[in-house]
Design a protein. Structure first.
Length: 187
């Protein structure tokens, strides 16, 4: 039982493939693997450079092939046309129960440790992206995890994703697999 959480692909097929190779490898031995995408899926964004391997339609094809186990929410760069090329729903921020934990998923531009909306305050763990930098913040007893970015990274910051299972939550370097953040979970 693993949930992989990625954000900010920004149309980078090359970097999405690295992420999906990791997810697909995990899925071979574990039938219960899911993906959460925290927005900014296809568009590079007008303030950003084109990321490595920029190919939004190829990103759509890769994700559509995995539509049955993707949960996606909208970021600030995602527009109406993005839903038209996606066979999975690009929804709004959501909360779910996971092995006794309440998890909240958000892109991060309207909810983050500095902007803790009610849904976040009522959760145990908040996952967000947007800032393209993996971080752990504890605020009012809530764990905020910025999972970093899959496609675009800030200067000198590695590309990263998060993975959570029964035992721990980890944020890992997309390129070398190194653990950036690790939190043990108690059942
Ligand atoms: Mn964003």
């Amino acid at each position: 039982m693993k949930l992989f959480i990625g954000s900010d692909i920004h149309g980078s097929e090359a970097n999405l493939l690295k992420f999906l190779n990791i997810v697909d490898a995990a899925a071979k031995s574990d039938p219960d693997v899911n993906i959460a995408l925290l927005g900014d899926i296809y568009n590079h964004g007008p303030r950003n450079p084109f990321p490595e391997g920029y190919a939004p339609m190829k990103v759509a094809a890769l994700l559509n092939a995995r539509k049955d186990y993707i949960m996606a929410i909208k970021g600030n760069c995602d527009s109406e046309v993005d839903q038209m090329i996606s066979e999975f729903e690009i929804g709004t921020d959501c909360t779910c129960e996971w092995l006794g934990y309440t998890l909240h998923f958000t892109h991060g531009h309207k909810c983050n440790p500095e902007l803790p909306i009610k849904d976040a305050k009522d959760s145990d763990i908040v996952f967000y992206g947007h800032f393209h930098k993996p971080t752990l913040t504890v605020s009012d007893g809530v764990l905020y995890i910025c999972v970093g970015a899959l496609g675009l990274s800030a200067n000198g910051v590695p590309r990263s994703y998060a993975v959570i299972d029964e035992h721990k939550l980890a944020v890992k370097n997309l390129d070398n697999g190194n653990t950036i953040i690790e939190v043990a979970l108690q059942q």
